[in-house]
Design a protein around this ligand. Structure first.
Ligand code: ZN
Length: 61
């Protein structure tokens, strides 16, 4: 079950919409920002009723 989640890029501060798959549970992964192409470190957290929450930070501190 794919959802979309909105996250603020930690490099360019654009709000970007990404596809997430909460059926796989909590995940940490890297995905390039579609705006500035920098590698965002993403933290997907799946809450009650399968609602996904996504947070982003810079990959290299
Ligand atoms: Zn960006």
């Amino acid at each position: 079950m794919i959802q979309t989640a909105t996250v603020t890029c930690p490099y360019c501060w654009e709000r970007v919409e990404l596809s997430v798959d909460p059926s796989a549970g909590d995940q940490d992964y890297v995905e390039d920002c579609p705006v500035c192409c920098q590698p965002m470190l993403l933290h997907l957290r799946v809450g009650a009723r399968g609602r996904a929450r996504l947070e982003a930070e810079r990959e290299n501190g």
